[in-house]
Design a protein around this ligand. Structure first.
Ligand SMILES: NC(=O)c1ccc[n+]([C@@H]2O[C@H](COP(=O)([O-])OP(=O)(O)OC[C@H]3O[C@@H](n4cnc5c(N)ncnc54)[C@H](OP(=O)(O)O)[C@@H]3O)[C@@H](O)[C@H]2O)c1
Length: 348
């Protein structure tokens, strides 16, 4: 039985980590790599990943020229957050008969912000018999899929709350900058206004996905992003923050129904967070209180869940899926081929 043939599409922080994890997996062959960054195009994948090995896989900037030469079962896609931006990239993969697993936040539940594009993707994926999935740690798992799963033991539910608290000092510099660490409160507010600081893209999508799973018709979803201001000096390896400066952010979103039932997601990421955790609290019959401490590492968790979704996607029928539509997520710790049941993998 041949290995599952994978393309890595986007070789930034996530795509690079995903590629390194893929290289450690049994039953998988990376058969192609795509990125548009000038410092990556034309280089061997091993050089782009900073490994002391060459793989004979040249990074290309054109998916059509890659797929005119090779075939692949699935692309792991990690380029950007908004569906409008990644839509043409995903369409070109579909048209070459390649399934897609993407970290694009809006694709985790595209019916919320891009229902028209979602419909088009679903139609196209069915036509070409490929499966499309958006996933990741958040959106994708901790504040939606896991929450939905925990509701399974409830007879009645009044309120669902999920909280994620991350010490940003443990994360890469680009993440620390993304949450405004080191800014003054004024600078932070300006960057929120100009959408340079966006909080967690996908928080509203997670609420919409939970509501959909429960068939709750929400009245609306509101959200706010506020700075978390440090009351003492704190620092990461790269940034020093004085008392009174922004250490990070809190992004809170709330979906409510007319009858008072609600879903609240509270995402906090800041340098100096002493108590890092992921929690889900359900007020209902029975109450459910779950806590993971410390919080799950976002980068590792994203790379892992994306790869672990390969068999779920390849075993599914053609179409656009979300995490709530696929079988229970689980790890792939042995040869990937052991999890593939469906003939649709071209190389099997
Ligand atoms: N769902 C989740 O839980 C989750 C978790 C982590 C990340 N994400 C999202 O996943 C995406 C990737 O994350 P990241 O941290 O790896 O981002 P990143 O470091 O910016 O990497 C993105 C890479 O894709 C390349 N790229 C951009 N547009 C492209 C295109 N049209 N064709 C080919 N390559 C293209 C970029 O090149 P340039 O640098 O030249 O633009 C860059 O090399 C982000 O949108 C991030 O927010 C989601």
């Amino acid at each position: 039985m041949e290995k599952v043939r994978v393309i890595v599409y986007g070789l930034g922080s996530m795509g690079s980590l995903i590629s390194k994890f893929l290289l450690e997996k049994e039953g998988i062959d990376i058969v192609g790599a795509i990125d548009i960054a000038k410092d990556k195009v034309g280089k061997d994948l091993g050089d782009v990943l900073g490994l002391e090995r060459k793989f004979g896989i040249k990074v290309l900037d054109d998916v059509n020229s890659l797929l005119s030469k090779i075939s692949a079962d699935v692309a792991i896609h990690a380029t950007s957050s908004h569906l409008k931006d990644v839509y043409p990239q995903i369409v070109s993969l579909i048209k070459h008969g390649v399934s897609v697993i993407s970290t694009c936040e809006e694709l985790s539940y595209p019916y919320f912000s891009e229902p028209k594009l979602a419909k088009k993707l679903n139609t196209l994926a069915k036509k070409y018999n490929v499966t499309i999935l958006g996933t990741g740690i958040n959106p994708g798992f901790l504040m939606d899929t896991l929450v939905i799963t925990l509701t399974a033991v409830c007879h009645k539910i009044e309120k669902i709350e999920a909280i994620r608290v991350i010490n940003a000092a443990t994360r890469r510099l680009s993440f620390q900058k993304k949450i405004g660490a080191g800014l003054s409160v004024q600078e932070f507010k300006e960057k929120v206004k100009s959408k340079q600081i966006t909080g967690n893209i996908g928080l509203k999508h997670s609420i919409a996905m939970i509501a959909d799973a429960l068939a709750w018709e929400l009245d609306g979803i509101s959200e706010y992003i506020e700075p978390i201001v440090s009351n003492k000096s704190v620092e990461s390896k790269e940034i020093k923050i004085k008392a009174g400066e922004v250490a990070g952010l809190r992004h809170k979103a709330k979906g409510t129904m007319k009858n008072g039932k609600m879903i609240v997601l509270d995402y906090q990421a800041y340098i100096g967070a002493e108590d890092e955790y992921d929690a889900v609290r359900i007020n209902g019959i029975p109450n459910v209180n779950e806590k993971i401490q410390p919080c799950v590492n976002g980068d590792i968790g994203t790379a892992a869940i994306v790869i672990n979704s390969i068999p779920k996607v390849l075993n599914a029928s053609g179409g656009l899926f979300t995490m709530k539509d696929l079988p229970l997520p689980s790890a792939t710790t042995v040869d990937m081929r052991k999890y593939i049941k469906h003939y649709r993998v071209k190389s099997l």
